[in-house]
Design a binder for this molecule. Structure first.
Ligand code: AMP
Length: 119
């Protein structure tokens, strides 16, 4: 799947639509999900044009991958989620239920989150 430069997260990265930003560095941008599913629900996205985790792990440089995943950890620590704990989730493709075709890691926390998947 080729990258759609008009997807909503591409527009957020270009500053064309607003977001509730919680973190930004050279590799990643993190902002609050518009429809939170936990007391803390943040999306962390890479700065580069990657459709999904599959696309990212196939094409991104080691520096991009390291920078992005370090940012995920930093966001969690900055939101004080590291000690109580948190959950990350990257929906990928149709069976993964991915809606926005720019890689995003969901970061959930703020309460005990229960079983891993809805049954
Ligand atoms: P996914 O199903 O993994 O692709 O998740 C997409 C997520 O993006 C959903 O949780 C949406 O609520 C969220 N979302 C969509 N548009 C926006 C937006 N403009 N700002 C913040 N979050 C958004």
């Amino acid at each position: 799947m080729s990258y759609d430069t008009n997807n909503v997260f591409a527009k957020i990265l270009r500053g064309e639509i607003p977001c509730d930003k919680v973190f930004e560095d050279d590799w990643a941008l993190a902002f609050r999900d518009i429809a939170p599913q936990a007391p803390v629900h943040v999306l962390v996205i890479p700065k580069g044009d990657y459709v999904s985790l599959d696309d990212f792990t196939a094409k991104a440089s080691d520096a991009e991958i390291a920078g992005f995943y370090r940012a995920v950890g930093k966001v969690a620590r900055e939101l004080n989620l590291d000690t109580p704990g948190y959950r990350t989730l990257a929906n990928t493709g149709d069976h993964g239920g991915q809606e926005v075709p720019h890689l995003h890691v969901h970061l959930f926390g703020g309460k005990p989150l229960g079983p891993m998947l809805a049954r």
